[in-house]
Design a protein around this ligand. Structure first.
Ligand code: CP
Length: 330
């Protein structure tokens, strides 16, 4: 089957106009596009070093504090960032959805300005990408996107690390993403092709990754830069793949759509039959949390192809490398 043409691009979320032209010298990580290809490669190598030496003796983040501003629940992101700060000699302050109530009890402008007086880095999990962009625009310390409706760039660093440590390269790897074109898919699109990977999406009609992101990703693909293609039939995307990635069919905040989406996504389930179309040594990936036996079967999650717990662990190592870079120690 021929690849599906991406839909027309839409305008990407942007900062308020008063900030859009503001020259900001601080390095933020709101999108995988905030790191150059060389920076991602260097960060993955640093992450592998940090995986070998989990608690560096020189405590490079001694005296540094991170604020974790979370509007949504988390296991992996919260714990891996807190442990990363601790292992590097720093400290983290977790602010649950009930505490700041970003946009209700406290606006983004004041939260950004006040937190910048206390901490060295703000790590924010938000519903709307404009909120994390606003924290970056109004604060005076680095801001990390710990998941927004647009991207999940920290997850993708861990995913790339998981493939890199298995293959010693990312160049030429064939990655199939099957399911909902969500924030994880968006970040994969912005990272994988420019690292030389061939990325294939299989998504139901109307559930493709963000068109503006696909347009940006397509512009940076081709030649040595890898490729990006869209398919409807998951078997076409998975054929010969080195890795097959899936995620929940409905993200946090979309729970009311679960019954609507289940029949639409059913044929996109990652199961043993679908994996039989992939390369013999294929790995199965999921960023977790998973709805077992919905988007991915127990057989695959718990089987020999699964690298889902490596992905989860690699959040810690990749984010350490990221924090060191943003805080001038990388
Ligand atoms: N993958 C991921 O971001 O997990 P959490 O939602 O538990 O942080």
């Amino acid at each position: 089957m021929s690849p599906v043409a991406p839909r027309a691009a839409q305008t990407a979320p942007s900062l308020p106009s008063s900030l859009a032209s503001h020259e900001h010298p601080i390095k933020h990580y709101l999108s995988v596009s905030d790191l150059s290809t060389d920076e991602i490669r260097a960060l993955l190598d640093r992450a592998l070093e940090l995986k070998r030496v989990r608690k560096p003796e020189d405590r490079p983040l001694a005296g540094k504090t991170a604020a974790l501003v979370f509007q949504k629940p988390s296991l992996r992101t919260r714990v891996s960032f807190e442990v990363a700060m601790l292992d590097l000699g720093g400290h983290a302050v977790y602010l649950s959805p009930a505490e700041i109530q970003l946009g209700q009890r406290e606006g983004v402008v004041d939260a950004a300005r006040v937190l910048s007086r206390y901490v060295d880095v703000i790590i924010a999990r938000v519903y709307e990408h404009s909120d994390v962009a606003g924290l970056a625009g109004y604060g005076t310390v680095p801001v990390v996107n710990a998941l927004s409706d647009r991207e999940h760039p920290c997850q993708i660093l861990a995913d790339l690390l998981t493939l890199y440590e298995r293959h010693d390269t990312l160049q030429g790897l064939r990655l199939a993403y099957v399911g909902d074109g969500n924030n994880v898919a968006n970040s994969l699109a912005l990272a994988a092709p420019r690292l030389g990977m061939d990325l294939r999406f299989a998504c139901p009609d109307g559930y493709e990754p963000d068109p503006s992101i696909l347009a940006e990703a397509l512009a940076s693909s081709g030649g040595d830069q890898g490729s990006l293609e869209l398919f409807r039939d998951p078997r076409d995307a998975v054929r010969g793949a080195d890795a097959v990635y899936t995620d929940t069919w409905y993200s946090m905040g979309q729970e009311s759509e679960a019954d609507l989406r289940a029949p639409i996504f059913r044929r996109y389930q990652v199961n043993a039959e679908l994996l039989s179309y992939a390369a013999p040594d294929v790995v199965a990936m999921h960023c977790l949390p998973a709805h077992r036996n919905q988007e991915i079967t127990d057989e695959v999650m718990d089987g020999p192809a699964s690298v889902v717990y490596d992905q989860a662990e690699n959040r810690l190592h990749a984010q350490k490398a990221l924090l060191l870079r943003l805080l001038g120690q990388g």
